[in-house]
Design a protein around this ligand. Structure first.
Ligand code: NAD
Ligand code: MG
Length: 404
């Protein structure tokens, strides 16, 4: 292996579902990639195992006591990985000068600061952490323009759309101008989650276990609940607006239960281009890692003869009001998507902890959005302040509902 030929990769959120899939793809191509840093929140055993396999220069974990444990365990095993802890360390490894690619795979708003640090450093970003773009779309895209950071979408739908668009003309633009390229709309596919076809009434008593049992994808618990409420698709509408410079009206959600068509692009001449594949995140990860080349991802080839039928239906916006809430937040602009995302994170957490019902998730978000004013989201400080306000307000409503 020639180190000068290897791209140096930082995986933020290495122990999660996306992080693990990323390391699986990287391990297939030791001549191309070298792991520079791995980060985790609290899963120290898993991070230790990953360090022993990939020998990163640095590992970051949230808390000091875990860092001490990890450091001692690595030393015992003769592994020279340096261990850091805390939020600043996440930003430091994400923006380090000797890095080529940062995989942004932390869950939720916790991913914003390190992802933005990587964008500002001009690194190539493999974006899984959609919440960071939802919270800070204008800051994020401005920073990418200024630093020249190329943002490649890992979210399967956005990666599919990227694959169905003409190649970017300049070295840093994510895409050519969509209207100029003859694109009339994006068709964002959604599996519909485990409760597809259920009525509002039927959703009243569903449990966290039911919500986390996704029929086609295996994912972290937060995004699994987001899929069940369809807030995931709402966040993805906002993500697509920022990635492709569109408005919510340009993006149509299509429920496609088979999760084989990962999204589509409709052109003026009547053509609709789609990207198909087995539902395995290693495909979009490998695509974004090697782009514009193609590499082996470990995903089995798609057997088209085994596919009995493809269904495409409009979403049921009455049973799944989160879609409308997300569109409303994007159209309102400013900090509205920050509040949407924060209230959603609190609501999902409260649902997973058995404090609120599944159907209370959109109700809680709606109440928080109605209560907090929309201000300009032009600095990270404002964004974090609004995020904290919304989380606080949401938590108070949860406490009130629990008392009733
Ligand atoms: P996950 O819960 O499996 O993993 C999350 C990772 O982030 C873990 O490594 C965890 O240690 C780390 N983390 C969590 N909270 C943290 C905090 N406060 N500080 C630092 N690190 C923290 O989640 P996932 O399913 O891998 O999803 C990660 C991101 O990718 C999310 O933004 C999700 O929306 C997005 N995404 C996931 C999928 C998927 O198939 N899993 C698909 C598309 C997009
Ligand atoms: Mg997705």
């Amino acid at each position: 292996v020639n180190p000068s030929m290897q791209k140096r990769i930082v995986v933020l959120g290495a122990t999660g579902s996306i992080g693990t899939s990323t390391l699986d793809v990287i391990a297939r191509h030791p001549e191309r990639y070298r792991v520079a840093a791995l980060t985790a929140h609290v899963s120290r055993d898993k991070l230790l195992a990953q360090c022993l396999q990939h020998h990163p220069d640095t590992a970051v974990i949230a808390h000091e006591h875990d860092a001490r444990w990890l450091s001692a365990a690595l030393q015992d095993a003769g592994c020279e990985t340096q261990v850091l802890y805390g939020e600043q360390a996440l930003c430091d490894v994400a923006s380090a000068a000797d890095v080529d690619v940062v995989v942004a795979a932390i869950m939720g708003g916790a991913g914003l600061a390190p992802t933005l640090a990587a964008v500002r450093a001009g690194h190539q970003i493999l974006l899984a952490n959609k919440e960071s773009l939802v919270m800070a779309g204008p800051l994020f895209t401005d920073a990418a323009r200024q630093s020249g950071a190329r943002v490649l979408p890992v979210d399967s739908e956005h990666n599919a759309i990227f694959q169905c668009l003409p190649a970017p003309s300049s070295s840093t633009a994510l895409h050519t101008d969509l209207a100029q390229a003859g694109v009339i709309r994006l068709l964002l596919t959604a599996s519909g989650g485990p409760f597809r076809g259920w009525s509002r009434d039927q959703l009243h008593d569903v449990t966290p276990e039911q919500a986390c049992a996704h029929p086609n994808w295996s994912m972290g618990r937060k995004i699994s609940v987001d899929s069940a409420t369809m807030m995931n698709k709402g966040l993805e509408i906002i993500e697509a607006c920022w990635l492709f410079d569109l408005t919510p009206d340009d993006i149509h959600v299509v429920v496609h239960p088979q999760s084989i068509v990962h999204s589509m692009v409709a052109y003026r001449d009547g053509s609709v281009l789609a990207q198909l594949g087995n539902p395995d995140m290693r495909t979009p990860i490998a695509h974004a890692l090697a782009w514009p080349e193609r590499i082996d991802s470990g995903v089995a080839p798609l057997d088209v003869f085994s596919m009995a039928q493809f269904e495409f239906r409009p979403p049921d916006e009455e049973a799944f009001p989160c879609l409308g809430l997300a569109r409303r937040a994007m159209n309102a602009g400013g900090t509205a998507p920050v509040v949407l995302n924060a209230a959603n994170e609190v609501a999902v957490d409260a649902f997973l902890n058995g404090q609120i019902r599944f159907t209370a998730i959109p109700k809680l978000i709606d109440e928080v959005m109605a209560a907090l004013p929309v201000v300009a989201a032009d600095t990270l400080e404002t964004i974090f302040a609004q995020d904290a306000l919304a989380r606080d307000y949401a938590a108070k409503i949860v406490a009130r509902w629990c008392d009733e």
